[in-house]
Write a protein that binds this ligand. Sequence first.
Ligand code: HEM
Length: 506
Amino acid sequence: YVWPSPQLDALESARFDQSGFNANPMSGFVQPCNFFLFGPNTGRSDAADWIRTAYHDMATYNITDGTGGLDASIRFAEEQNRTENAGDGFTNTMIIVNILVSRYISNADAIALAALLAIENCGGPEIAFRGGRLDAAEPNAPGVPEPEQDLDSHIAAFARQGFTQTEMIGLVACGHTFGGVQHDPFPDIVNVLNDTTDTEDVAHFDSTFLTFDNNIAKEYISGTTQNPLVVGFNDTTNSDKRIFGSDGNTTMLSFANSPDVFASTCADLFARMLDTVPSGVQLTDVISPLPVKPSNIEVIMDGDTLQLWGQLRLWNMTDDPAHNVIMLWQDHIGGTGNATLTFSSLSSSTGGKYSAAWYVWNTTEFSVLYLDAAAGVKSLSFIVDGELQDQSGLGFAIQDGFMFSSTSCQVETPFSGRIDVAVRNGVNPTRVYLEQTTTDSVGRIVVTEIDISPPSQPVILNSAYSIWSINVTDPTRPYGIGAEIEGVKYSSAEVHSFIVFPLCPT
Ligand code: HEM
């Protein structure tokens, strides 16, 4: 895709900046893979919770009428209270995935990303990721398989979800390479274990329950498995035994014989599981990492100076001091400028399979470039080790038609603030507004627009910009800025609450 695209930029970062500089904050909850936010030595892991949550959210899908699927309906108490969703893994997961939810990343995308991060960071294969899932407004019809059901109902349930019998065997084995069954929600399957390293009495599905590998199949085939759904004391709930054996062990044998076959089968099945969404939801293409990506770009007007903040990410590059990275910018009056960028930090992805090098505009801690306000900035391009990177001639467009002005300020009594928006003369927006991101009564993100009236008299800021102002009263609310220019809506990348601004001059 072409940068900038606010939604794809956000999804791409959440999916690929997994560890290190600018990392997705969620990764820290599955690194190391035995991490469990709700206490150590419980036998549990966030990773297992997240993968189970994605499956249970998806498992309501009905391929015939297109209802259900991965739409974050699992966040509703009504779904969590069903016996098919026994256990606290879903509440646990929703508490954490909420960190990722934004106007560009729905709860459902966050659930899918969480499962992907868990799998990729804990030994699993790379998963093709699409974004664009929408959050359900209400619970879906029940439909998650339960261990005491017979094989025919499981085959039927997976068929309803869009998976064949062979794919059912695969998906269950892929999921059950993580975690296990807890005594508390499943006392008829697991007894109290009296193990101080497993205080929630979890009987694990395989000996390497924290990571992805084919031991779930190897131990099953070799007859050494302790899987509580295969060799459990109650044969009625031995659903993995019935499912794994349902094709004469052909599929499980192929998994036991080849870690690669297991990993590639799971990569496909997990991706399909995450992409199972209600009909009408249009997912994006599979998101690939941008080779050269400006990140956290913000423009702020400070008097006569336009501040351009940000960093540059170079994909698949390591910290090699020989790299020569130059940023070029084009202004509105035919001028260009350039700066040599400085290496800052590394990040990595997919369990260390990929790394990225981050560059900053200058050597100071804050990566900011000071530009002439009148000239402004139209677009960026980069020369990396002598090669021009400009998105095939398009450049990396920078929007400097409207932005926060540093004249924005706060008033002590009554506690309130004034947000000043610098609007470039000649841009002539039909509307300029604050954007406020909140949630509706069912937890879906909504963006509210609060129009800023055009000033009755132009308020000159500098030779190229005028100020539009609005008073705001809630200090807890971060606001972004939006503008409609020639029928197209643009949003500022940055959001600010007025408390970051200095006191208004009296
Ligand atoms: C017939 C189908 C399935 C049945 C009957 C089933 C049953 C169960 C049961 C009873 C548990 C224990 C939950 C707990 O104690 O909290 C469990 C855990 C788990 N299941 Fe399944 N499952 C099925 C399919 C799947 C699939 C398709 C996946 C994912 C692809 C999956 C992923 C998981 C994971 C990761 C856990 C571990 C959770 C943890 O340790 O916190 N399951 N499953």
